[in-house]
Design a protein around this ligand. Structure first.
Ligand SMILES: [Zn+2]
Length: 257
């Protein structure tokens, strides 16, 4: 039987919660995001901005439920949704992933295209390009006042110019689905991660979004090997990982697949 991480839940698929002073953002709320949030005592109603990188369910699965929480059960038109064109409108590969109804009830909708930048509350967001089976997939760079720039590649394969999008990033979060020597179109391996880390030179990097092959090949060991080859600290994400920058907790990871 073919096994996949999302529907075996060998690792969580709920996304990443950024916790700023008076502001919360949730990135890629895949299946279980609401449950993981509530379990971690991170109230989904406190999310000010929801960001979705592309139209695959492990990234958008709980998005509509989040919008209902953010709008207090549809009674208040508030909050912001940032999402790729494919998520909002669909394209040749897929239908829209968030209904028109939910797009209407939220306060503001921003279509994210590579190279765009926008301010939402305390957060400055820059959209990056991702090369994936959803042709309109994007990644994001977040300029967080308390921490500096954090980059998230989303699902992408490595491509030249990628480094330009992540210039100046302090912490780079990479979706490294496959271990060294096991490439899969539209995704990165540990070998690709070495390339991009060498080019971007962040202060630190985190690997996330592990496929089963990666899980069988010890993500911590893969991360360590990249650290040794690049001289940059690299950690493998784990379910419930809390990340602190400038001695303040900046985000909580509910996404390791
Ligand atoms: Zn995907």
């Amino acid at each position: 039987m073919v096994a996949f991480v999302t529907f075996s839940q060998r690792r969580w698929t709920g996304g990443i919660r950024f916790i700023l002073d008076k502001f919360q953002a949730h990135l890629d709320p895949g299946p279980g995001a609401i449950v993981r949030s509530v379990d971690a005592k991170l109230d989904p109603r406190k999310v000010n901005v929801l960001l979705v990188s592309h139209s695959h369910p492990d990234h958008y699965g709980d998005a509509e439920t989040f919008i209902e929480a953010m709008t207090e059960g549809t009674t208040r038109k508030k909050g912001t949704l940032v999402a790729s064109h494919s998520v909002l409108f669909g394209n040749d590969a897929c239908e829209a992933s968030i209904s028109k109804y939910h797009q209407r009830i939220i306060g503001r909708v921003i279509e994210a295209k590579p190279g765009d930048s926008f301010d939402i509350g305390e957060l400055k967001v820059r959209t990056t390009r991702a090369l994936h089976s959803d042709p309109e997939a994007v990644g994001y760079c977040f300029n967080v006042p308390e921490a500096g720039i954090i980059g998230y590649t989303s699902d992408t394969e490595f491509f030249h110019e990628m480094e330009d999008y992540y210039e100046g990033v302090r912490l780079l979060i990479l979706c490294v689905m496959r271990p060294s020597g096991s490439p899969w179109q539209g995704h990165m391996t540990t070998d690709d991660a070495i390339e991009i880390i060498k080019l971007v030179k962040p202060e630190a990097a985190i690997f996330t979004h592990f496929g089963l092959k990666m899980l069988m090949n010890n993500p911590e060991k893969q991360a360590k090997s990249v650290e040794e080859k690049t001289g940059i600290p690299v950690k493998a994400a784990f379910d419930g990982m809390r990340v602190t920058m400038n001695s303040k907790e900046i985000f909580y990871s509910m996404r390791n697949t």
